[in-house]
Design a protein around this ligand. Structure first.
Ligand SMILES: [Zn+2]
Length: 78
């Protein structure tokens, strides 16, 4: 996902006035809660499985965010 985001960004800004702009990405870890044993786990990989009881009945608590927090523009003085 992060790589494809960077790749899409490059395609998007190519030959526009944003060409050369940098995409800064803050990664939010995915946290799941298990409905079977109640354990809350921060996922290392994108596998929706409770590591405590191997149950797949889990709820995604965070990590689904996709938010643009700021766009900074630098005006070059020619
Ligand atoms: Zn569990």
């Amino acid at each position: 996902m992060p790589d494809s985001l960077q790749f899409s960004w490059q395609l998007l800004i190519e030959d526009t006035e944003l060409d050369g702009a940098t995409l800064v990405v803050d990664y939010v870890p995915a946290v799941i809660t298990c409905r079977a044993c109640g354990a809350e786990t921060t996922l290392e990989m994108a596998i929706m499985l409770c590591p405590h009881c191997d149950c797949a009945d889990v709820t995604l608590v965070s990590g689904e965010e996709f938010q643009i927090t700021s766009i900074d523009r630098v005006h070059e003085v020619c």
